[in-house]
Design a binder for this molecule. Structure first.
Ligand code: EPZ
Length: 451
């Protein structure tokens, strides 16, 4: 992934220190105890997509009335976004997996630092707030375990739309001058097809004056979901899902009742759960075309994935063979599935190479898999994996969201007991993962300190 190093004047690259979660007292935190070697069976329900629901919540700020989001997963990150929107003045009512969001009374300058710094997706609200109110102050999201996570593409695009943007003491200040205080449509080329930058600028363009063209745009399904959500509110957007998106600004948007798409990464994680335990399992609801690279890799490795209906897939396991994987922007192989496939390749016959090209620090699960007996060497952005016949259960520590899922998958396949610590990572992005796995026959349980 080309590192973007050119710094705009006045933009100081985000503090590069990786923000670690506050040091948790390890003894009091819950752990997952997993007994490996059990096969799974049955059907698992796939929740709404975290990375869509989060940006749709940010997008709700575009609407001057209220809107309803359904199929929203119940996750720590969703609750954090709820807190951030509430701090901005939104009134949110949660009924199960449905959120009613009233954004009539919003103050665009009071996003709380302590919350935004923990949830990168909340920064994407800058586009919605700026285009609706003409002014916004929002903390830089900062880095995390997998990388520095800069935002210069977001800022560069907003400046192209005539926003005045400067960063001072870790806070991004942006405002629009001129009588109407409206952003101006512009032609923007993204140096890298950033998902978040595409989402920020797409939202900013919906209420801008004139036409905005985003070239080299990200093409992820979550971008399409955001565009469909905005169009349902009255926006005029063409080309979402391609590398060129055209947005014609409108004067205002209106209420909407919208259902979030299924989570393709959760679905991919469960496909790997079936493959790694040699189990036949079904998943629903899914959108199969969102899983093309994941399905292609599983079939290359010896599994079969069959469509039982337009929204239901079945994994048929096979003898696992090595393969190479390079993570790329969609429709390439998703970086969010890299850790899970590393666990799977660890017990696949032969030598594999995984190249992580999207994030600069997303191989930290290697050390934990090595503790379980995996034969992996890291050379730069490449992980060289020699498959072993069996992993051994061990105490392991999750380092980020998808790494935690990978360690759970490895524990399901390993001989003996695995203890996974660092569940605060897992709970950010998976709704009741252990309950869903238990429903498939897996032997695992969450143990809290008083147990
Ligand atoms: C989104 O993050 C997802 N998060 C990530 O999912 C996902 O891994 C990522 O897209 C890539 O698919 C949400 O949607 C909330 P990017 P985002 O901007 O938007 C660099 C998960 O596990 N970059 O496409 O932050 C950046 O540093 C999470 O669910 C710049 O250099 O990803 C990275 O190396 C993890 N400058 C690369 O681009 C910028 O201004 C891709 O980042 C923006 C990005």
């Amino acid at each position: 992934m080309p590192r973007i190093t050119k710094l705009e004047d006045k933009i100081i690259s985000p503090i590069s220190n990786i923000t670690q979660p506050s040091v948790l007292n390890e003894e009091t935190q819950p752990v997952l105890e997993i007994w490996g070697g059990n096969s799974l069976n049955g059907t698992v329900n796939i929740s709404g997509a975290k990375n869509s629901a989060l940006v749709l919540m940010a997008g709700s700020l575009l609407c001057p009335e209220d809107c309803r989001l359904s199929n929203v997963p119940d996750l720590v990150d969703i609750r954090r976004m709820n807190q951030i929107l509430t701090a901005l003045g939104a009134k949110i009512t949660k009924n199960g997996n449905t959120l009613d969001i009233d954004v009539r009374e919003i103050n665009p300058t009071q996003a709380p630092y302590d919350l935004v710094s923990q949830l990168r997706a909340s920064f994407f609200a800058i586009g919605a707030l700026l285009t609706r109110f003409g002014i916004v102050r929002i903390p830089l999201p900062g880095g995390c375990a997998i990388g520095a996570r800069p935002v210069e593409l977001h800022v560069k695009g907003l400046r192209a739309m005539s926003a005045n943007v400067f960063i001072d003491s870790g806070i991004v200040h942006a405002h629009v001058t001129g009588s109407k205080r409206r952003l101006q449509g512009a032609k923007i080329y993204l140096d890298y097809p950033s998902v978040g930058a595409t989402e920020t600028l797409l939202m900013a363009a919906t209420l801008a004056e004139g036409e905005t063209i985003i070239e080299n745009a990200a093409q992820e399904p979550e971008i399409v979901d955001l565009a469909n959500f905005c169009c349902a509110m009255g926006a005029k957007i063409r080309g979402a899902g391609t590398n060129k998106i055209i947005i014609s600004g409108v004067e205002s948007l209106h209420s909407v009742d919208y259902k979030v798409i299924p989570d393709r990464i959760e679905a991919g994680t469960f496909l790997v759960a079936g493959a790694i335990t040699h189990s036949e399992i079904s998943l629903a609801p899914v959108i199969p075309e969102h899983l093309v690279p994941v399905i292609a890799k599983l079939e290359t490795m010896g599994c079969r994935v069959i469509s039982e209906s337009s929204t239901r897939l079945k994994l048929i396991p096979g003898v696992l063979k090595a393969t190479d994987i390079e993570t790329l922007p969609y429709p390439g192989f998703p970086t969010d599935m890299q850790a899970q496939f590393m666990a799977l390749l660890s017990i696949s016959e032969g030598s594999s190479v995984i190249s992580e090209t999207v994030f600069e620090n997303r191989l930290r699960h290697v050390a934990e898999l090595q503790r379980m007996g995996a034969n992996i060497r890291v050379k730069g952005k490449h992980a060289l994996i020699q498959g072993v016949p069996m992993l051994s259960g061990a105490p392991v520590m999750a380092t980020d969201l998808r790494a935690s899922a990978a360690l759970v998958l490895a524990g399901l396949a390993a001989q003996g007991k695995t203890i996974v610590r660092g569940l605060h990572h897992l709970d950010r992005g998976y709704e009741n993962l252990e309950g869903k796995l238990q429903g498939l026959g897996a032997k695992l349980q969450r143990i809290t300190s008083n147990q």
